[in-house]
Design a protein around this ligand. Structure first.
Ligand SMILES: Nc1nc2c(ncn2[C@@H]2O[C@H](COP(=O)(O)OP(=O)(O)O)[C@@H](O)[C@H]2O)c(=O)[nH]1
Ligand SMILES: [Mg+2]
Length: 239
């Protein structure tokens, strides 16, 4: 089985080397693709240098900041081209602990999408202000009500897809970018009959840097569930 971890980066020069090393330490037999959007802090160059002596690491450079969703789509297309069996999504800022990877791999044997969930064992989020936590919990409730997704954490960005799931989705037609991107992929996978499961993770937010949460992301997350619901209701759901 071939596994690829896609790590989108924008200004992660403090994290990228340590992250790549710890992923390989935990699971030596997987590959990593860094998708860098021409980070002004030189993350892309640092990753390139690392890749020179590390054949399991590849770097995809994009011209400028184009958003997390489209970075993942670029990574998914790469994975499909290269014939990977499983693709991970993982943030570069250590919010997603590489030590969880073996459990994802274990579960991926029986499920098509494995989601690292912050809300299966109570609430396991560290470093978020209450405001942000409430927003996330409300968003998940909202999504469950509108879309009926059987998930406690449908916006998590730490997950593993069997590549068949990604093949079944028209990646060029993904509508969303922020947290909605995760909801959209989960919903499309669920509606195509793929099996989803959640495993508990502890999400630790970065201490430094600015969160990408903004009004646009919230607006997108409010509208997307309705747009998906109607799309499938009127039978256009399959692509
Ligand atoms: N390639 C790329 N990566 C991004 C972009 N925006 C954020 N990221 C990366 O996506 C991951 C999550 O971003 P972060 O700002 O930590 O989001 P938050 O944890 O939800 O506040 C990190 O690895 C970022 O470096 C982008 O526009 N392009
Ligand atoms: Mg983060």
């Amino acid at each position: 089985m071939k596994y690829l971890v896609v790590v989108p980066t924008y200004n992660e020069h403090l994290n990228i080397v340590k992250l790549v090393e710890s992923i390989f330490r935990v699971v030596p037999e997987l590959d990593i693709l860094v998708v860098d959007d021409n980070s002004p802090d030189g993350t892309g160059d640092i990753a390139d240098k690392l890749a020179l002596s590390e054949p399991r690491l590849q770097v995809l450079h994009r011209k400028g900041k184009q958003g997390l969703g489209s970075a993942y789509v670029a990574g998914f297309k790469y994975a499909l081209e290269k014939g990977y069996d499983f693709v991970f999504e993982m943030d570069a800022d250590f919010s997603h602990n590489p030590k969880n990877l073996p459990l994802f791999i274990e579960k991926a044997g029986a499920f098509d999408v494995v989601i690292g969930s912050r809300y299966v064992n109570g609430i396991s989020v560290v470093n978020w202000p209450l405001r942000r936590l409430l927003l996330s919990i409300m968003a998940n409730l909202y999504v469950r009500l509108i879309l009926g997704l059987p998930l406690k954490d449908s916006t998590s960005g730490y997950k593993c897809f069997r590549t068949e799931v990604l093949k079944s989705i028209d990646l060029n037609k993904i509508k969303s970018d922020g947290y909605s991107f995760q909801i959209e992929l989960n919903y499309r996978a669920h509606k195509s009959g793929f099996k989803l499961c959640e495993i508990p993770i502890i999400f630790i937010d970065r201490n430094t840097g600015i969160s990408k949460m903004n009004k646009h992301i919230i607006k997108e997350a409010l509208l997307l569930p309705w747009s998906l619901r109607f799309e499938y209701l009127f039978g256009k759901g399959k692509k």
